[in-house]
Design a protein around this ligand. Structure first.
Ligand SMILES: NC(=O)c1ccc[n+]([C@@H]2O[C@H](COP(=O)([O-])OP(=O)(O)OC[C@H]3O[C@@H](n4cnc5c(N)ncnc54)[C@H](O)[C@@H]3O)[C@@H](O)[C@H]2O)c1
Length: 415
């Protein structure tokens, strides 16, 4: 089927964005060159659902250079950039996505990239894998395996695997060290504040920021809030993470209490209804609410809409909800991932590492798929190491190497 995008005439702006990304993605450029010579994906169909902006587009082009037929969709209605989608179509890829599609259109786009019978699936949040196992079961024998990009997708896969429902191997890309150490922490940390700052144009210094969740992403968001001069409160459900937040210099308290103090709220837990009705009623007039977790359920938007006496747009990507107490709460990007719905996502150099792992894991699946069964796999250690060594090299940094004596010392059990 032909691509379904907003407007092919937007391609020139998308092409510029992809060229900029390419300039800053050393690992992917190297892989593009290698893949165009070795063609590891020759004759393979790849279905991909990842936030459709320029870094993802470059990953798609790298996989295509490796011989793959690419079938591409987005992984969130607000993170798809129409000019980038147009540039991909112009480059000969099949794309089904447009910005701000409704739920029905979003699912229809996923259906289009699955019905071609993919051999490899590249997923971000689990929507492709879920629909493959429900509506497209008959095509599962064609699937060699897939790669999952994010924490929430892996939680969904682990639940499927535990119930014996996972029918092909999936690589947990998020769990590679060169992914979550950098993408979740530094990528989310920087891009969440980029999204908030460009959307609100308000000062952060001196304000109170409430970060819900102190996992890999939450640590990055809190760290960068502190760097911008904010005072930071962390909310958590894990006692160890809560102590970590205290030791990192942040205040810790339940959301019910933190709700009174926050000027900015950022949820990044992967959990449901982290901010709910009674919290909204405690918040200050003008409080800014946003989410950076994968799904738009962390701020209970249905609950907020129900208790709001009115709502109105306040600025691009900001809707104000006025409550019965007269306070207006300002929600960014409809409660969807603020760094992608209100920004361009992670910095290119960060996605260079994450997507190099995606590309190498997909290659690993093609090479080893038959031996892998139907399990959830870690990214092979060799892939993580290769990415780290090459990235250091591109950064121009050298490190020490263990001497044979040191190796012997470290492996001696009789110390
Ligand atoms: N915005 C982005 O670009 C981006 C990037 C990577 C991951 N993500 C998403 O962000 C979310 C978090 O990812 P992560 O890698 O930090 O996960 P993580 O598992 O490292 O951290 C999540 C933290 O939230 C805490 N938590 C869970 N429920 C909570 C609740 N009700 N209240 C307070 N804290 C709670 C957990 O204890 C944990 O410490 C996931 O949905 C992931 O898919 C988003």
């Amino acid at each position: 089927m032909a691509s379904e995008i907003r407007d092919i005439n937007l391609a020139p702006s998308g092409e510029l964005k992809i060229e900029w990304v390419k300039k800053h993605c050393d690992l992917l450029r190297t892989l593009e060159k290698e893949f165009s010579e070795t063609k590891p994906f020759a004759g393979k169909k790849i279905a991909l659902s990842v936030h459709l902006e320029a870094k993802t587009a470059y990953l798609c082009k790298v996989l295509k250079a490796g011989g793959a037929d690419m079938y591409v969709t987005g992984s969130n209605p607000l993170s798809t950039q129409d000019d980038v989608a147009a540039a991909l179509v112009k480059a000969g890829l099949e794309v089904h996505a447009w910005h701000d599609c409704n739920d029905e259109e979003y699912n229809a786009h996923i259906r289009e990239v699955l019905k071609i019978g993919p051999n490899i699936i590249i997923d971000d949040g689990g929507d492709l894998v879920h629909m493959m196992h429900t509506e497209f079961k008959a095509l599962i024998p064609e699937v060699i395996g897939g790669c999952e990009e994010t924490t929430t997708g892996i939680i969904r896969l682990e639940a499927m695997n535990k119930e014996g429902k996972l029918l092909f191997p999936m690589v947990k890309v998020n769990n590679a060290q060169c992914k979550h150490f950098f993408d979740n922490r530094y990528g989310t940390g920087q891009s969440v504040w980029d999204g908030i700052n460009r959307t609100t144009n308000l000062i952060v210094a001196g304000k109170m920021v409430v970060v819900a969740g102190y996992g890999w992403c939450g640590k990055g968001v809190a760290m960068r809030a502190k760097g911008l001069g904010a005072r930071v409160i962390v909310t958590e459900v894990d006692p160890v993470k809560a102590i970590e937040a205290v030791m990192d210099g942040f205040d810790v308290m339940p959301m019910k209490e933190a709700a009174k103090y926050g000027d900015f709220f950022v949820t990044v837990t992967g959990c449901d209804k982290v901010i709910e009705e009674e919290d909204f009623m405690e918040m200050k007039d003008g409080a800014i609410l946003c989410n950076a977790g994968h799904f738009d359920c962390e701020i209970d938007m249905a609950g907020l809409r129900k208790i709001a006496v009115s709502s109105a747009p306040m600025r691009d990507n900001i809707i104000g909800y006025t409550l019965s107490n007269g306070n207006t709460l300002c929600v960014l990007g409809e409660g969807r991932l603020v760094n992608l719905a209100c920004g361009d996502g992670h910095p290119a150099e960060i996605m260079d590492m994450s997507f190099a792992i995606q590309a190498l894991s997909a290659k690993y699946l093609v090479e080893h798929g038959k031996e892998l069964g139907t399990k959830l796999l870690d990214v092979p250690e060799s892939v993580d190491r290769e990415v780290a060594i090459k990235k250091l090299d591109f950064l121009g940094k050298k490190i020490d190497v263990l001497t044979p004596e040191q190796e012997a010392y470290l492996s001696n059990s009789n110390l």
